[in-house]
Design a protein around this ligand. Structure first.
Ligand SMILES: [Fe+2]
Ligand SMILES: [Fe+2]
Length: 311
C-alpha cells in the first residue's frame, strides 16, 4: 500500500477522488464505432444500458446507507462515489439513447433486462414483495455486497479498457472511446469504496461475498452476451449468423474480437472473479490509481470540463 497507516482505516481510499461533470457529443458517431468488429461495437454499446440502470441502483442503495456510516472519511468517499456514478449513468443515458435512436433502435426494449434486475428484483420490495421490517437492514447490506462484487468487475473492465483494448489507438471513434475510457478510469479511481463500505457494514462477511460472486458471474456473463445479441439483432448490416446466441457465427465473431483485444473473452468474465475469493482481497491491489489518472489527465472530455470550470 502506498500509505501503510491507511490499512487500519475504514476507508482505504487515501488519494483524492474528484467529481468531473463531463459531457459528450455522439451526434456523428457511426453505429459500428469499432471498425474491426460490428459485434464488438454492439457489445460495448449494449453495456451502456446495463450501466445506466445499474449505476442509478448503486446511487439509491448507497444513499440509504449514509445514516449507518459513522466514519467521516468513509461517508465522504461514499458521497463522492454516488456523485461519480450518477454522472456516469447520466452520461451514458444521454449519449446512447439519442445515438441509437438515430439508427432506429427501440431504446425501451434494450433497457428491459437491466430494468428487471436492478429496478424490480433488487428493489426495496423485491418483485413487489414487502419484506418484514427486521430483514430490511440485511437486504440493504446484501445489496451493498452485490455492489462491491460488481465493482470488482467495473475495476477489472477499467483496467482492460485502459491497458489492453486501447480502442482509440486501434482507430475506434474517439468520442465513444473517451466516454468509456474516462468512465473506466473513474471506476479504477473509486474501486475501493464499495468494498470498504461492505466491510464496514457487514464486517467483511466472507461467506456472503463469495456467495454473491458465485451468483453474479453467470448472471453477468449472460447479460453481456444476451444484451449484445439483442442489440445486434436490430442491425440489418450484421451477418444473420451473428444475431443469435444459438448460431456459431456469434461465438466465432466474439472470439475474433477478443483475440484482437477489442472486448474481453468469454472466459475472462469467469476468471476475473478469482482474486475476489482470496481471504485478504482488497480492490486496492486490483489496479493502479496512477494509470487511471494518466488517462483522466489526457481525456478530451475532462480537459473540456476543466476549461469550462476555469472560465
Ligand atoms: Fe461508474
Ligand atoms: Fe463504480
Amino acid at each position: 500500500m502506498e500509505n501503510r497507516e491507511a490499512l487500519n482505516q475504514s476507508s482505504k481510499t487515501f488519494w483524492p477522488m474528484t467529481v468531473r461533470r463531463v459531457s459528450f457529443d455522439w451526434e456523428k458517431t457511426p453505429l459500428h464505432w469499432i471498425p474491426q468488429s460490428a459485434l464488438a461495437s454492439h457489445a460495448v454499446n449494449h453495456f451502456s444500458f446495463t450501466l445506466v440502470r445499474g449505476e442509478y441502483f448503486f446511487c439509491r442503495i448507497f444513499n440509504k446507507t449514509l445514516p449507518y456510516i459513522h466514519d467521516e472519511k468513509l461517508k465522504a468517499d461514499v458521497k463522492t462515489f454516488i456523485r461519480q456514478e450518477a454522472i456516469h449513468a447520466q452520461a451514458h443515458k444521454e449519449s446512447i439513447e439519442l445515438y441509437l435512436k438515430r439508427y432506429g433502435v427501440d431504446i425501451e426494449k434494450q433497457y428491459e433486462m437491466s430494468f428487471k434486475l436492478f429496478d424490480r428484483l433488487l428493489a426495496d420490495q423485491p418483485l413487489g414483495i414487502k419484506l418484514p421490517k427486521r430483514f430490511e437492514r440485511e437486504w440493504l447490506n446484501l445489496r451493498v455486497g452485490l455492489v462491491a462484487t460488481i465493482e470488482h468487475y467495473t475495476c477489472a473492465l477499467g483496467k482492460y479498457v485502459i491497458e489492453t483494448a486501447r480502442w482509440e489507438e486501434k482507430g475506434a471513434n474517439p468520442e465513444v472511446s473517451d466516454l468509456f475510457t474516462w468512465h473506466c478510469a473513474e471506476e479504477v479511481e473509486h474501486r475501493a469504496v464499495a468494498f470498504d463500505l461492505y466491510q464496514y457494514l457487514s464486517q467483511d462477511n466472507y461467506a456472503m461475498r463469495s456467495g454473491l460472486m458465485l451468483i453474479f458471474v453467470p448472471i453477468f456473463t449472460f447479460i453481456m452476451v444476451k444484451g449484445t445479441v439483442n442489440l445486434a439483432a436490430t442491425d440489418q448490416k450484421i451477418p444473420k449468423t451473428q444475431r443469435s446466441i444459438l448460431r456459431r457465427g456469434f461465438w466465432k465473431e466474439w472470439r475474433n474480437a477478443s483475440k484482437q483485444e477489442l472486448i474481453p473473452s468469454i472466459s475472462w468474465f469467469v476468471t476475473t472473479s478469482r482474486s475476489f475469493f482470496a481471504k485478504d482481497y482488497h480492490p486496492f491491489y486490483e489496479a493502479s490509481t496512477q494509470m487511471a489518472l494518466d488517462y483522466i489527465h489526457r481525456s478530451p472530455a475532462v480537459k473540456a470540463y476543466e476549461q469550462r470550470k476555469a472560465s
